[in-house]
Design a protein around this ligand. Structure first.
Ligand code: SF4
Ligand code: SF4
Length: 258
């Protein structure tokens, strides 16, 4: 899930300075599970902001609405009825939620109430750890379900750097060396031979480095005409351009596999 934290109060006060009536919009999915932007946290923050404003001798009315999924346009549609009553929206969704609101309501100022951190999982009460950066070319098949991109600070793909001590990472001794764990798992499952196979270089063309990514997950649901004019006007990608051959494909072609 997406993990996020609330921005500091002074930062939020600075953003909302001069506003009289603000709609704080919570999200009932990921950020609610990590206690950053669900109904309870959004209501608490709204009260905190109003109180802080009155302590400063100002007046700020913050009303609260929580939608089930702020990143899906259908879920934020009902907000359109009342928006004219507000000076701004304070989104307590992740960065995708903020952008969905800003795109749908371009005439209303939308502020981010959260700092979106990463895709992760809870590892103990109150602690979330990063697990995936969405590289677009998942290698968990080869690494026994342990991600070397998020869990190895050097993002090594072909084994440990040699610096781990007692199974812990030399970069941060409080963190297990993921390659120590990958090898341990492979031994456990009798898969060390698989780990020793030489693989082509990782195809990074699917990663973030090429800019905005767009994926057609289901051809049967894809309707090219559904790209909105707002997307076009905002400079969003309209046509899919053919991708250049990836280094992985080039390697496979060179050795005659494809
Ligand atoms: S290999 Fe890529 S897609 Fe798979 S978990 Fe790691 S970052 Fe995510
Ligand atoms: S000690 Fe392990 S996790 Fe840390 S940088 Fe080296 S290989 Fe990566």
């Amino acid at each position: 899930m997406i993990v996020a934290e609330q921005k500091d109060l002074p930062d939020l006060k600075r953003m909302l300075k001069g506003k009289k009536k603000v709609l704080a919009v919570g999200c009932g999915t990921c950020v609610s599970v990590c206690f950053a932007g669900g109904q309870t946290e959004t209501s608490g923050l709204a009260a905190e902001l109003s109180t802080a404003a009155s302590v400063d001798g100002e007046s700020l009315d913050v009303e609260v609405k929580t939608v089930q999924r702020q990143c899906v346009q259908e879920f934020i549609e009902p907000l359109s009825d009342d928006l004219k009553d507000y000076d701004a929206i304070l989104s307590l969704g992740c960065g995708v939620g903020v952008q969905t609101l800003a795109q749908r309501y371009p005439d209303t100022r939308v502020f981010p109430g959260l700092d979106t951190q990463f895709m992760g999982q809870p590892v103990e009460p109150g602690v979330w750890e990063e697990r995936c950066v969405g590289c677009g070319n998942c290698v968990l098949e080869y690494t026994g379900g342990l991600c070397p991109i998020t869990r190895c600070p050097k993002q090594l793909f072909n084994g440990p750097c040699g610096g781990s001590e007692g199974g812990m990472c030399e970069v941060d001794l409080s963190m297990p060396c993921v390659w120590s764990n990958i090898w341990g798992n492979a031994e456990n499952l009798d898969l060390t031979d698989t780990l020793m196979e030489i693989r082509p270089p990782q195809d990074w063309s699917t990663s973030r480095s090429g800019g905005l990514r767009r994926t057609v997950v289901r051809d049967d649901l894809h309707q090219p005409s559904a790209v909105s004019t707002k997307d076009t006007e905002a400079g969003g990608l309209v046509e899919e351009t053919p991708k250049p051959e990836s280094p992985e494909d080039a390697f496979l072609r060179e050795i005659g596999i494809i």
